[in-house]
Ligand binder design. Structure first.
Ligand SMILES: [Cu+2]
Length: 450
């Protein structure tokens, strides 16, 4: 009698753990353990659900040429690792990423007739103006939940304005912490971490959610609508929501409403005078230099970033109040995306390269928090650079963990952790997020290992 038994894992987790099945453009590890007593050939392929257009790629080793099908042999007692990634399809909606949930199966056909299927989502950060109705609702409901708002029949909600969004995430970004977060090259890495910590909180509510990005260089009428981030006018000081939109119950502490009015028509125009995407990506010069003190690419902290904030009146227009308006995270997601795109264009993903990140070593101990290996506040605990502020809320040594990306030593991230997000140099650097228009560069990966 032959015995056939298999364990399928994704990100090292049993495929029965549905929180693990969230992949992206970056090849994700899967494995097949043969606990039976017969060698088995396995044909690996994918199957789309319904009218999904999502396609998958497979590879036997991390980052080698991808292929839509693959055959492996797994001997008794052996665990065979392979890799799966979403296939980047230029011109397709979200470039072929899943719009709002698991919509494709990894299919494993085994030579003795067994078949195993694992549903996955190609989960990337998408353009907020192009989200499906479900993706918008899922994002808003996750956001409302982390701010204490009761969504559906969740009876344990502490109440609007009493969730971790208000107690932790808003006070992290205040005046006494500004030097840690703004004014120099650490601006981009620090905000990358801030966004990711919140995104992982949202994913603990609903793993299909990612932060959407607001392309502030384009007209985005679907972002400034009553069913999403709020109708925003040039005259009314608060934004307007449909009653069914859980952001209509938004509070920070005891303060209701989202104060935001725009200097531009949000339905027909983009904010005026902002650098275009092409101009922003050209800031670091032809060779791609990050620069210090808002020079070279780090100039983007001023324009477009600062100007995008300044195109509104209300919370989002000043540092100490900006994250009271959740549009903050969509604006900053685009800032982070521009950095990721710039990194892709100039291959700026080596943490020990000065053009990628200038603060490698320093005799100036007053700037110690900017060094590439410096642990970042508030997750590091202790006081801010000016010595005024303790880490608010629960964030000390408590960066939100994930099953689908890197967790940091002691749950405290460093700037170094933010550099190689697509994990070209070390696959353990993958943080668990990608952008829908920034692909994994297989050619670059090949040149690194060669
Ligand atoms: Cu900002």
């Amino acid at each position: 009698m032959s015995e056939f038994n298999f364990n399928v894992r994704i990100f090292g987790e049993s495929s029965a753990n549905l929180k693990a099945a969230y992949i992206s453009w970056v090849p994700a590890p899967m494995s097949l353990e043969n606990t039976g007593d017969q060698p088995v050939n396995v044909d690996i392929s994918y199957e789309q659900v319904g009218n999904s257009i999502t396609q998958l790629d497979f590879m036997e080793e991390y980052g080698v040429d991808p292929s839509p099908t693959m055959t492996i042999t797994v001997n008794p007692g052996e665990t065979k690792e392979f890799f799966v990634a979403g296939k980047f399809q230029p011109g397709k909606p979200h470039n072929g990423a899943s719009p709002d949930g698991m919509d494709v199966f990894v299919v494993m056909n085994m030579s003795h007739g067994w078949k195993a299927k694992v549903a996955v989502m190609v989960r990337v950060r998408r353009n907020a103006n192009e989200l499906s109705a479900k993706a918008k609702r899922d994002f808003i409901n996750a956001l409302a939940t982390v701010n204490g708002i009761k969504v559906g029949n969740n009876s344990t909600a502490p109440g609007a304005g009493k969730g971790i969004y208000s107690t932790d995430f808003v006070p992290i970004h205040q005046s006494d912490a500004s030097a840690n977060e703004h004014g120099d090259t650490q601006f981009l890495p620090w905000h990358r971490l801030y966004l990711l910590d919140l995104e992982r909180q949202l994913q603990n509510v609903n793993p299909a959610v990612t932060l959407p990005y607001w392309r502030f260089d384009q007209v985005a009428p679907n972002v400034f609508s009553k069913d999403f981030m709020g109708e925003t006018s040039t005259t009314s000081s608060n934004v307007a929501f449909n009653p069914s939109n859980n952001l209509s119950k938004w509070k920070i502490g005891s303060v209701s409403n989202i104060s935001r009015s725009s200097s531009f028509n949000t339905l027909t125009d983009a904010p005026p005078h902002l650098r275009t995407q092409a101009q922003t990506l050209a800031l670091g010069g032809a060779t791609g230099i990050m620069g210090t003190h808002q020079s070279q690419f780090s100039k983007m902290e001023g324009n477009p970033h600062g100007w995008a904030h300044g195109s509104f009146s209300g919370s989002i227009s000043s540092i100490s109040t900006a994250p009271r308006d959740p549009l903050f995270f969509l604006l900053h997601c685009n800032v982070d995306r521009l950095w990721a795109m710039w990194q892709f264009m100039y291959k700026r993903d080596k943490f020990d390269d000065k053009n990628t990140y200038p603060y490698q070593t320093s005799e100036d101990t007053s700037n110690a928090w900017k060094l590439v290996n410096a642990q970042q506040w508030p997750w590091s605990g202790g006081k801010t650079a000016n010595g005024q502020l303790d880490a608010p809320g629960t964030r000390s040594n408590n960066f939100t963990k994930t099953l689908t990306g890197k967790n940091f030593t002691g749950n405290v991230p460093t700037i170094k952790d933010t550099i190689d997000i697509y994990a070209y140099h070390d696959r353990s650097n993958y943080l668990g997020f990608c952008y829908d228009d920034v692909p994994f560069d297989y050619t670059h990966k090949k040149n690194i290992t060669a």
